[in-house]
Each structure stands twice: as C-alpha cells, then as structure tokens.
Write a protein that binds this ligand. Sequence first.
Ligand code: CP
Length: 325
Amino acid sequence: MPSLPRELSPRQSPSLFEVASYSPELIEDLFARAERFEKNVHVNGYFQNPKHRVVGLLFFEPSTRTRLSFQMAAQRLGYETLHFDNASSSLSKGESFSDTVLNLVAMGPDALVIRYGISPELDQLLPTLPVPVINAGSGIASHPTQALLDAFTIYREKGSFSGLKVLIVGDIRHSRVARSNFDVLTRLGATVAVCGPPEFIQKNDLPTQVKVFESLDEAVEWCDIYMGLRVQLERHAESGSLSNDQEIAAYHSSFGLTQTRLQKLKKDAIILHPGPINHGVEFASGASVMKDPRNRVLQQVTNGVLIRASLLAQIFDGISLKENA
Ligand code: CP
C-alpha cells in the first residue's frame, strides 16, 4: 500500500464502509431525516439550510443511479460536487487507483464517495484517509447505500420489518447488493430468502439465517418483497454463462419474473430491483413487470436521493458509528 503524504493525518470523521456500522437507531435517524428532507424540498426547493461543502465523486466502475443520485442529493443540500472522469483521467497514463485517490483527497473535498472493483489496496487505503469516505459499491463485497435505500423503500411501504418475507432472486454470488441487504434486513427483523441457479448461490457464503428456495414458483408465493438482481456477466470468471439466446431463455424460464409468476405474487407484495435491469432475463420483457402496480423500481431511485442526502447530512453532523465500522 502506498504511504500517506505527511500532511494527511488518519481520518477522524465517520465513514460508511459497511452497513454493519449502522445500528437500527442510526437507520431510524437516517429514515427520519430523509422524510424531513422530502417535505422540505416541496416547500423550499432544498433539503435543509445550505452549507458550503464539496463532495468528491470518484467512480472507478460505471454507474448511473448511485453517482447521479449522490450528485442530486449533494446539490439539494446546497453542496458542490467534484467529479472524477475515468475516461479523461491519468489512469490511462498508468496512474494507480491509490495514487488517484490520494491526489483527489489532497485537493481537500469534505467527503469522498467512491465505487471500485475488487481492490485489496483500496480496501486498506480508504480507512486511513483524513476525510469521511462513503462506499458507493465495492467489488462483489458491499453496496451499503443501496441496501439502506432498499430498506427505506420497504419501510415506507410496509411500516415495519418484523415478520416481513424478503426474497432476493438471481445472481446472489456476484451481488454486493444482496450481501449488504442480508445484513440490514435481517438486523431490522425481516426474514430473507434467496433463489437462483446453484452456480449463483454458494450456500457456505450465506449468513445462516438466510433461507434458500430451489423453486422460484414456490418462493414467489411465499414473499412479501420480491427483489430481482441483475446477472452480472462482467464479474463472472467463467466464460459462456448466459452467452446465447437459448441460455437466456432457460434462465428466464426458471428464475425470471414471468407473467405467470406475477400472477402468483401476493396482491400486496412489492417488486424491487437495484438496476440496471436486463429485460427478458430477470424480468419479463415488455411492460408487464415495469407497469405492474406493485413495481417500486423507480420509487427506489427517488428514495435513493433522499437516503444519500440524509447520509451526507448525518456524516457532516458527526454521527457516532459502532466500533466495528
Ligand atoms: N443500483 C446501482 O448501483 O446502480 P448503478 O450501478 O447505476 O449505480
């Protein structure tokens, strides 16, 4: 790991690397702020009285929802954002990810939002930085803000997590969203289950309290919340997975939300997906799933702005995280 420049001291402020650092009380505060911000924005056009802050947005992997919703959240708080553009950056000249992070931090942003692939070097470096760091998705390990906005969406629909049955379907093995959701949702009191092809589910990797369904037809009738996941072909080491129309059709038939399964889903269930969606793979192509009255996929995106704004404000207010942060 590269050493820190002398003028950078280890960070004092709270960061968000894993949802494990978020207690139920802190999550309650996060949700309450998000709802307060939603009311404020209708009246004032901003979430709270503006303060001057600069938030660095450093995305080494592609993103639409997370990057733009952090930008929107920051702007509604009156903050400015500092953007890193992968394509025009000095990464193309061979600069390392770590040096890129250190240089951006040396410019003095008040917080850093970062997305990156599998990188033990960055995993080691980020907790030593002198600014709050928010994990915007790290490899296949975790995506804490996605799980928090998913939980917020469920909370707003259902009012409580106790006894709620959440089904996560698809490429569990490569999903940072699933990992962070296991942590948040089980701690809040929901029962979580997964369903997918055996090659996408490593039972030894799952927390013991997560149930596994072999049959999606059975699981779809069981659940109150149906969360589809994208098949993340770019993270599959093995080649040929879902590489032709026949394999895609077979996957969709066994593990997709088809018209028939939509009919089996409870009337008061809700349908979630972190995006981006592969239509015709995890969801039936055409309008049936997206126009279904139980679909909350775009509501998740709207809630994502509120939750990320609430998180930024919490962090700048100096929240106190659990010691395992
Ligand atoms: N849900 C999610 O992380 O989407 P993006 O990759 O577009 O940010």
